[in-house]
Design a protein around this ligand. Sequence first.
Ligand code: XUL
Ligand code: CO
Length: 437
Amino acid sequence: MKKYSEVAKVPYLGPESKEPFAFKYYNPDEVIAGKKMREHLKFALSYWHTLGYCGTDMFGGDTEEKNFGETEPMAIYRAKADVAFELMEKLSIDYYCFHDADIAPTGKTMKETIDNFNTMVDYLEKKQKETGKKVLWVTANNFGDKRFMAGAATSPDSAAFCWAAAKVKACIDADIRLGGTGYVFWGGREGYDTLINTDVALELDNLARFLTMARDYARAHGYKGDFYIEPKPKEPTKHQYDFDAATCCNFLREHNLLGDFKLNIEANHATLAGHTFQHELRMARVNGAFGSIDANQGDPMLGWDTDQFPTNVYDTTLAMYEVLKEGGFTTGGLNFDAKTRRQSNTMEDILLAYIAGMDSFALGLRLALKMIEDGRIDDFIKERYHSYEEGIGKRIVEGKATLEECAEHALSHPDFAVASGRQEYLESVLNEIMFGK
Ligand code: XUL
Ligand code: CO
């Protein structure tokens, strides 16, 4: 197998190819359904996993090294940026996403940390100009530092709330400078471990106050993009307030934030909440809150966030079906919030993991288009609800029918049988679409 340094740019060689460092399904400039694949998919590199994570787990330390030959802190972070852009180039990835803490070293004081951050934002801006790569979204790491051990916006200590505000302000400034179209809030420790020490009502109201302040600051400074909440039910806290898509939408609606705020749906967070990835995407869509995707997958045998590169093509197909039904991404895209396994500890593995994830979504896109063109599934759903297109059903949907009228309908009409849902048949149709010739 080739070395990382020997791979200049990963080519598209098609499904017949056996070359490991080649795309089999992702052909970035191929136009399908009126758009280039790179525009349908809007892939993004996650800075934290790709340039930060070194294989540590609960029972053991690093298995790889990501200082890229440097020893001085700022030089290390410049080297990480160089490798990020090199990887995007090799992989034909157009976007990247980062936390403040991913791109620059933490200083001794908040001021020094923000100065380091701004110096690295300058560096990234220069690299963007040289390469044409873009920021998909920025976020603040308001969960790693011990000051956030009890939360950031939902901390019992207002000093932590303000510390978080300083970091979000710097990140919004960076997002605006770098031309990002999204800003993410993942409530890493916005939740609780036990109710016997927690004022839930105050914490939730403070979370809304924090998001409102951030929105108002960003809009006043010319930010035109979307804000996204990223739902996750648990980990690191026992219970996180942004449990799932439906919970987040209710919270955003209650606090008049829906519209400015949408959702960033992560596959592994969906499964931790006891939902499918497609369910979370659908819930975001029906609430008018579909924004962006953190592409990864969990392990059904493990109850934590394993952040694996997505390779389950059923999931990527049904996810891309939701994206296509939504009319595609606007501000959002597919960010690989995914890391290589602890034992996949080389730079070659990072390339191979991205190729696997990108190809799985590219194949998902091709198959989702096939599903829509085939039409049997959409037609079945339409037909299943046809009783709402005429008579009493139509009056119900139009909001004209009363309870008395519906009751009268039941009394004055013959008995009826609900038609079969045909689940097994439809599953076989999906298999035929996915695996048939
Ligand atoms: C954590 C997670 C984060 C967010 C950004 O589970 O998904 O990486 O995407 O803070
Ligand atoms: Co995520």
